[in-house]
Design a protein around this ligand. Structure first.
Ligand SMILES: [Zn+2]
Ligand SMILES: [Zn+2]
Length: 271
């Protein structure tokens, strides 16, 4: 859910509507400048890119194919299509880098004309580079670790370069693959905070059997997980409107714990 949530008049949404970034928040996405890799395309991705300093996208990948991560996929057409000739600008073609498991499934994303990906491939907007388990792009090693979620398919990505390790796990990460060596002792763990059980609107309480508990850890469980896998720093992303917390509320949480930060739109980090 974006902040402000459309039409919502709650405290968090009213403030975000008035002040904008960093109080307002678009959907989940990240960009790795080392290899010009865009990760996930939420519905707001065109605006996010235009607000950023990003000049080129060479690669695109998805952590999973849920709507909040792929709704903005048409950005590749907006970037690569020359609408006067109906041809692609060859130099703007984007390589779709996908782990086995979603490299076929991605074809299920449809418009009224059929598979969107097939159309983008035929049009030359993208090319497909499927990989199994890991791939190296320049001096960056990317490892895709599947999360065991039955019929659903999602991935935790581990990026390694020059002895530094970043684990990217923004969504659908339960059960977290904490048995894997690649997720241990990261320099930075980027992860969703999970369920905040207190301070929710209308005094809402998550009952013990709530469906969200099957997909989300609690915030406390997520902090414990980060400790178990010995992450040196933790950055929380995918911050939801329904957590009822403003930029300043998250900022206050940070000041209690040197290890954690909460992301905001356009945040830039060096690891
Ligand atoms: Zn609201
Ligand atoms: Zn998500």
């Amino acid at each position: 859910m974006v902040i402000p949530k459309p039409l919502c008049r709650c405290r968090v949404c009213r403030e975000a509507r008035k002040k904008g970034v960093p109080y307002s928040r678009a959907g989940p996405s990240a960009f790795l400048h080392d290899i010009n890799l865009l990760i996930d395309t939420p519905a707001e991705i065109s605006s996010l890119l235009n607000r950023s300093h990003i000049r080129n996208i060479d690669y695109l990948t998805f952590t999973h194919l849920d709507p909040d991560h792929v709704e903005g996929l048409r950005v590749v057409e907006q970037i690569a299509l020359d609408f006067r000739t109906w041809r692609a600008y060859p130099e703007k073609q984007i390589c779709l880098l996908l782990p086995e498991g979603i490299s076929e499934r991605v074809r299920n994303i449809q418009s009224q004309y059929g598979s969107v990906i097939d159309f983008y491939l035929e049009s030359g907007f993208i090319r497909l580079q499927p990989f199994q388990d890991e791939v190296r792009i320049k001096d960056v090693r990317l490892t895709a670790i599947p999360v065991d979620r039955g019929a659903q398919m999602s991935f935790v990505y581990v990026f390694e370069k020059s002895g530094r390790r970043v684990v990217y796990a923004p969504c659908d990460i339960k059960p977290f693959p904490e048995h894997r060596d690649e997720v241990q002792k990261s320099d930075l763990l980027i992860i969703q905070p999970g369920i905040f059980e207190d301070g929710l609107k209308h005094g809402f309480n998550y009952p013990p059997e709530h469906v969200s508990r099957t997909t989300l850890y609690t915030f406390e469980q997520t902090l414990d997980l980060a400790t178990r896998i010995q992450a040196k720093r933790v950055l929380f992303v995918h911050l939801e409107e329904y957590w009822n917390r403003s930029y300043e509320d998250y900022y206050a949480l940070e000041s209690n714990n040197q290890m954690i930060r909460f992301a905001y739109d356009g945040m830039q980090l060096t690891v």
